[in-house]
Design a protein around this ligand. Structure first.
Ligand SMILES: [Zn+2]
Length: 232
C-alpha cells in the first residue's frame, strides 16, 4: 500500500480506538475498502476518497461523543488541548491560522525530521506534519510523541478544519498570527494612522499584540475563515 494509504490507516485506527471499536483490524479494512470503492464509483483520486471516508468517520465520532458524554473520561478531549502545536516546514500557513484560532503554534522553517521530533519532545508539543514517512516512525505511530498527519493535498482551510475535527478544538480568543502573543483590544483613535482608511470606515475593533506590537483586525479574510470553520 502507498504511504498516504498507510497514514490514513493509522488515522482510522486512532478514531476507531476512540469509538472503542472491538474488531479494530476488521474496521480498518472495511474503511479502506470503502475508500477504494468510493474512488472507483465517483472517479475521484484514492487520496480524495480516503479523506472523504475519514471525514465521515470523524462525524460519526462526534455524534458518538455527544451520545456518550465522557462516561469513562478517556475521551474527554473536547476543547481541552493545552499543548502547543509544532508545525513542520510545510505548514507555516496552518500555524498562522491556529494562532488566529487561539492556539499556540510554533513553526520553524527548514527544520529536518530529527530536529522536529527533538523539539516536539523538548516543547511537549503536538507535532503536525504532512510527511507520511515521518508518521511511520515508532515514536509517532505508537503515540509516544503526539502527532497528527495532515494530508498534503488539502488546502490550508481544510487542514485547519481537519485539526479542529480530529482534536475536538473550539475557537478561542485570537492570538497574534505572527508570534502567537496575547492580543489586547486597542482604542481605534489611538491607532488611526496605522489602519488603512477603508478598513477604518467599516471596523471598530482593533487589537494589538502585547509581544510584537503588530496590529490586527477581523477583516474579510478572517470572517470568511471563521464562518467556514463554524460550518465544519
Ligand atoms: Zn505578535
Amino acid at each position: 500500500m502507498n504511504r498516504i494509504g498507510k497514514a490514513y490507516e493509522t488515522k482510522f485506527r486512532t478514531v476507531l480506538g476512540q469509538l472503542r471499536a472491538r474488531k479494530m483490524d476488521q474496521g480498518v479494512n472495511w474503511l479502506m475498502t470503502r475508500a477504494r470503492y468510493l474512488s472507483q464509483r465517483e472517479g475521484i483520486t484514492p487520496a480524495h476518497a480516503l479523506a472523504e471516508v475519514h471525514g465521515r468517520l470523524l462525524e460519526t465520532k462526534r455524534s458518538f461523543l455527544r451520545d456518550h458524554p465522557r462516561e469513562n473520561g478517556d475521551n474527554a478531549t473536547h476543547g481541552s488541548v493545552t499543548k502547543a502545536f509544532l508545525c513542520d516546514a510545510g505548514l507555516g500557513g496552518l500555524a498562522r491560522w491556529l494562532r488566529a484560532s487561539g492556539y499556540e503554534a510554533i513553526w520553524i522553517p527548514d527544520i529536518d525530521d530529527d530536529d522536529l521530533l527533538r523539539e516536539g519532545v523538548r516543547l511537549d508539543a503536538i507535532i503536525l506534519t504532512t510527511d507520511s514517512m515521518l508518521m511511520e516512525r515508532r515514536v509517532l505511530r505508537d503515540g509516544i510523541i503526539p502527532a497528527v498527519w495532515v494530508p498534503p493535498t488539502l488546502t490550508m482551510l481544510e487542514q485547519l478544519a481537519l485539526i479542529f475535527q480530529e482534536l475536538d478544538l473550539e475557537m478561542r480568543d485570537s492570538r497574534c498570527m505572527s508570534c502567537g502573543g496575547e492580543m489586547i483590544e486597542i482604542d481605534k483613535e489611538a491607532v488611526r494612522d496605522r489602519i488603512p482608511p477603508r478598513t477604518l470606515k467599516w471596523l471598530n475593533e482593533f487589537f494589538e499584540c502585547r509581544q510584537c506590537g503588530k496590529l490586527f483586525w477581523h477583516g474579510t479574510h478572517w470572517q470568511r475563515i471563521t464562518s467556514r470553520l463554524k460550518a465544519v
